[in-house]
Design a protein around this ligand. Structure first.
Ligand code: ZN
Length: 150
């Protein structure tokens, strides 16, 4: 994927995302969000793929494919075969949070555990990662419990 294609994908997804985010004010307010799961999954796939492509190229890492899932307890995972899995609900989190989870899973391609060298790698890419992890800890449970409208 070229830089232009990444920007194109983001430009297409952005209005939808911005609309979803506007609906999250003042709290997440997810119970009022009339978002369909298929729409959200599509947005999640486009956005996560674009971010992962761009970041993998920057880090010099390769992954096999991206899976968008309906995990009840997980935001993302990375298999030894190189499949990155992400929870579709991430698309409803702030963009920096989604971005952090993508970078986190990409870093697992190089370091498959949460050792010090793993966090050093994350830190080098996203110095603000602690704030994003805090958001997931505080707001994550509400987002994980969210079920989309039909
Ligand atoms: Zn991890």
């Amino acid at each position: 994927m070229s830089r232009a294609e990444v920007e194109g994908a983001l430009a297409e997804t952005r209005p939808w995302l911005e609309e979803q985010r506007r609906k999250q004010v003042p709290r997440l307010g997810l119970e009022r969000l009339g978002v369909s799961e298929s729409e959200a999954r599509l947005g999640a796939r486009e956005l996560i793929s674009a971010l992962a492509e761009e970041e993998a190229a920057r880090l010099g890492l390769g992954y096999r494919r991206i899976r968008i899932g309906d995990q009840r307890t997980l935001w993302g995972s990375c298999s030894s075969a190189g499949t990155l899995s992400f929870n579709w609900r991430l698309v409803l989190a702030p963009l920096e949070v989604l971005d952090y989870v993508v970078v986190h899973e990409l870093c697992h391609l190089r370091v498959p555990n949460h050792s010090k060298s793993f966090w050093t790698l994350v830190e080098a890419s996203r110095p603000g990662w602690r704030k994003q992890r805090e958001w997931l800890r505080d707001r994550g449970p509400e987002l994980l419990a969210f079920r989309a409208a039909e």
